[in-house]
Design a protein around this ligand. Sequence first.
Ligand code: ZN
Length: 502
Amino acid sequence: MSKNPATAFEQLQTILGKVSDLSSASALLSWDQQTGMPPRGAAARGQVLATLSETIHGMITAPEVAKLLAEAGAKPRLSRDEKAWLREATWANERACKLPASLVRELSLAEAQAFEDWQRAKAAQKFALFSPSLKKLVALARQKAECFGYAETPWDALAQDFERGTSAARVTKLFSPLRDATVDLLAKIRNAKPVDSSCLTGKWPLDAQREFGMRVARDIGYDFNAGRLDVSSHPFSTTITAGDHRITTRYAESNLLDALGSIIHECGHALYEQGFNIKDARGPLYEAPSLGVHESQSRFWEVRIGQSLPFWRHYHPIIRQYFPGRFDDVTAEQLYAAVNQVEPDFIRVEADEITYNLHIIIRFELEVAILSGELSVDDIPAAWNEKYARYLGITVPNDAKGCLQDVHWAYGAFGYFPSYTLGNIYSAMLVEKLEADVKGLWKGIERGDFGAALSWLRENIHTHGRRMPAEELVKQATGRAPTVEPLIKYLRKKYGSIYGVR
Ligand code: ZN
C-alpha cells in the first residue's frame, strides 16, 4: 500500500478499470441472455452472472479501496475532474459497504420468490397470491433503508440508487402540479371530438418495420458502427464497452408504432452513451448522473422529436415508400394526430403521452405510503383502483390489469418509477433551452436535419457523464432548477391544438 497520493489514485484507477471490465463481461452476457441464448442455458447463465456480480461487489467493497480513496483524496490541488472521479468512486464504495452481505443474500432470495409468486398471481388475476412475498420484500426494503439512513421517509433512502439527491418531498413538489394539470386537461380531451387513428390499423410487414426503424435510427444520428439493433421481448439499450452501445426492440404485425417508438426511445439512451467522453471510459464518470437524466434523452427523441409534427412532415413521404399504398389518402397532419391519440387505459407501457405521467404518479404515491407503513400491502388493490378511478376516470377490471401489471416491485425496485416522469420533466426543460439556442430548430427537423439537436445535447448533457449531480447538470444546461412548468405548458399547447381544447 502506498502513502503517495498520486500512486493511490493510479491504483484505484487500475482496480475500478478491472471492475468496469468485469461489468462489460456481465453486460454482454445479459444482452445475450435476452437476445439469443438457447433456453436450456438459462440456469447456468444465472450462475455465471451471479459469480460476476459477487466478484464485482467484493472488489468495490475491499478494505483496500476505502484506504486508497482516503489517500487519494488527501492529494493537494485536486482538479475538478479528479474530485468528481473520487466523489463517485467513494459513493459506490460506501453505498455497497452499507449493506451487510446477509441482507443482500436475503433480498436476492426474496426477490426470486416474489418474481415467481408475481407471475402466478398475475396469471390468476389475484393479488392475494403475491401479497405474502410482497410483504416480505417491503420489510426487507425498510431494513435496507435503515442501513442507508434517511432524513424523512424510507422511500428517500431507496430512491438514491436511481435519482441521487432526490426525496419524496422534492418529487411530490414536482408531481402534484403536473397531476392536477393533467387530470384537468384529460377531462377536456375526453369531452372533445376523438382523433381518427384508423390509418394505423391493419397489418404492417415486419421487414418494412425493421427497415424503416433502422432508417430513422441512422437519420437521428445513431452510429451502427458503435452499436446494433436486435430483438428481445422487452426493448432495452445497453453499453458493453466504449464504442459498443446496443439497442433492442420487438415487432408486432398489428402495431406499427410499438417497434418504431421503442427503437427511437432506446436510440435516445444509446445516443447519450455514444456521446460520453472517451477519456472517462472504464471509470465511474462514464455514466449518467441519474435514471431521470437518462430517461430525458430517450423521451426527447421518442416523444419530443418522434411524435412532433415537423418529424411526421419529414417522414410522411418516406414512410409511404416503406408501406406502399398505406398512407396515400392520409396527410402528414392526420398521421401526426393519429400518432398522438389520447386514450385513458389501464396499462402503463401502452399509455399515451398525457396519461403516462398519471400512471407513474399513482405508483409513486403508493410506494411512498407502503414504505412508510401508511398503506398496508393488503390494501394496495383498493388504493390502486381508487386512484385510477379518480385520476384517469376508469374502472380497473382485475388485479392483472391493475396493481399486478408491473414487475418492478417484485424485483424489490422501490424508488425507480419516478425516473420516467422526471425524464419527461427534464426533457421539456431541455427543449425550451434548445429552441432558444438553436434558431430554426423545427424547420431543420422538418428537412430531416437532426444534427443541431444532437450536437446541442452532446455539448450540454452527454459529454459531462457523471461529473455533476443530476439537478446541477440540468441547471447548468437550462439555467433553471428543476421545474414542471415547461412540461405542463407544452402538453397544454400540443394537445390543446390536436383536440381543439383550451
Ligand atoms: Zn427508457
